[in-house]
Design a protein around this ligand. Structure first.
Ligand code: NAD
Length: 425
């Protein structure tokens, strides 16, 4: 296990950072790579911590804490999402930045990995407060951002509107419009068509490819989805559109169930209008835990990290878990699922559709040439299919699980790039 405190002596080690290191270390040890590079790959290149004072609507000043962690840029500029949530902490952001490095490498994007976060509850901020917070945070981390340096995107608690403020703040500060500085922008501001649903579409592509290896199709499976935000909603919607039966969905405060299949569009509209799935027409209420352990074929955690732990894992009935969220399955739960014959399709593969279309958006912004939806969807499918095939082949050849296979490919690419580049000075 990598000792975090060697690099950041004042940081208390949290579970998620330990988990990210565990997955990295476990695979690195099997790869016969030079041990000298191990701490280089395990440690973030740069950690920025800022405090952002904001004038609140009531006239008071509140100070928010924000982070940007840049993990590794051997393969290209840093790239990764920006999270607004009360649970954000430095080690969570470090873990997410590391996962992003492996994900970008696995799907072959010319990016390194980064992540940002601000400790706040975006639901309690007014639009004005959220805008001021975004602009202040971006202006404070400005020196480490840029289209060739580090490119943010949406994550939990942020959306296209937040990315519009990121674009505007960055562009105002450099004195010209810089479309390549951020992705996940609104389409009228030259965001990419197809970006909003891209993570869900990627999840759908990966599940479809996996089921094909089992001689099954999406129409053959009953699915439960945990989390009903950007990723959960679009995943559920696209799976239903392709013939899967989505029988259970949950959000932070509880879930719903319908044995014949939930109308995901209607549930999405209900959730947007009411901020809850409680009393959603045509559905029974379930607890969050009941959604995870319900009788289904495929379970898709699309909420937060560590939601499937060793307590819940033994009770999961699905034969396949697709990690749409980042880090939803803890290492111990991963082992239990494996022992129980459950296939886990890992986050760095399954949810890479979002960053892939972010890459397309970055390319379009730099070129000032914009693609239509069909091109975005076709190219996304090509990238996801190719990544799945590579992981599947590696898993077959090494006779290992999908997570090990995915990490092996990703770490190999980053390790090779790092050692080819060497150290400066
Ligand atoms: P979001 O803020 O849009 O939605 C999060 C959802 O999870 C909400 O519905 C919330 O109610 C629910 N939730 C939170 N805790 C829960 C719990 N314990 N049980 C059930 N539901 C819970 O966020 P998002 O953008 O959909 O991101 C979800 C996950 O996907 C995160 O792990 C994120 O890092 C990952 N991810 C997002 C993207 C993207 O493009 N947005 C890309 C790759 C990975």
């Amino acid at each position: 296990m990598t000792d975090t405190n060697r690099f950041f002596p004042k940081i208390k080690t949290s579970a998620f950072w330990q988990h990210a290191n565990h997955y990295f270390d476990r695979v690195y040890q099997t790869m016969k790579l030079d041990e000298l590079w191990r701490p280089v790959l395990a440690s973030p290149r740069r950690v920025v911590s800022v405090s952002c004072p904001i004038r609140m609507d009531d006239g008071k000043i509140q100070v928010f804490t924000g982070y940007r962690v840049q993990h590794n840029n051997a393969l290209g500029p840093f790239k990764g999402g920006l999270r607004y949530d009360m649970s954000v902490n430095l080690e969570e952001v470090m873990a997410l930045a590391m996962l992003q490095t492996w994900k970008n490498a696995l799907v072959g994007l010319p990016f390194g990995g980064a992540k940002g976060g601000v400790v706040c509850d975006p639901k309690t901020l007014s639009p004005g407060e959220k805008e001021r917070l975004t602009r202040r945070y971006i202006s404070q981390i400005m020196p480490v951002l840029g289209p060739d340096q580090d490119i943010p995107a949406p994550d939990v608690g942020t959306d296209a509107q937040v990315m519009a403020w990121v674009l505007d703040t960055y562009s105002m500060m450099v004195g010209h419009q810089e479309l390549g500085a951020v992705t996940g922008k609104p389409v009228p501001l030259r965001g990419s068509v197809g970006r909003e649903e891209a993570t869900g579409r990627g999840v759908m592509c990966v599940l479809r490819k996996f089921l094909a290896t089992q001689n099954k199709a999406l129409g053959d499976v009953k699915v439960a989805v945990q989390g009903f935000g950007n990723v959960g909603f679009h995943t559920a919607r696209l799976l239903e559109e392709r013939g899967a039966t989505v029988i259970a969905i949950s959000e932070r405060n509880g879930g719903i169930y319908c044995s014949t299949g939930i109308d995901t569009d209607a549930a999405g509209q209900y959730y947007r209008e009411n901020g809850t799935l409680d009393d959603c027409p045509g559905c029974e209420a379930l607890t969050n835990e009941e959604v995870l352990v319900c009788e289904c074929d495929v379970l898709i955690p699309a909420a937060m990290e560590n939601t499937i732990d060793e307590d819940i894992a033994p009770h999961i009935q699905a034969h396949t878990v697709v990690e749409a969220a980042n880090g939803p399955v803890t290492p111990r739960a991963d082992e239990i699922l494996r022992e129980n014959g459950v296939t886990v399709l890992p986050d760095i593969l399954s949810n890479a559709g979002g960053v892939t279309v972010s890459y397309f958006e970055w390319v379009q912004g730099l070129d000032n040439y914009f693609w239509d939806l069909k091109r975005v969807q076709d190219e996304l499918q090509r990238v996801m299919d190719r990544a799945f095939d590579a992981v599947n082949t590696q898993a077959d050849e090494a006779d290992c699980d999908y997570r090990t296979a995915a990490y092996t490919l990703a770490i190999r690419r980053v390790a090779e790039a790092s050692s080819l580049r060497g150290l400066f000075p």
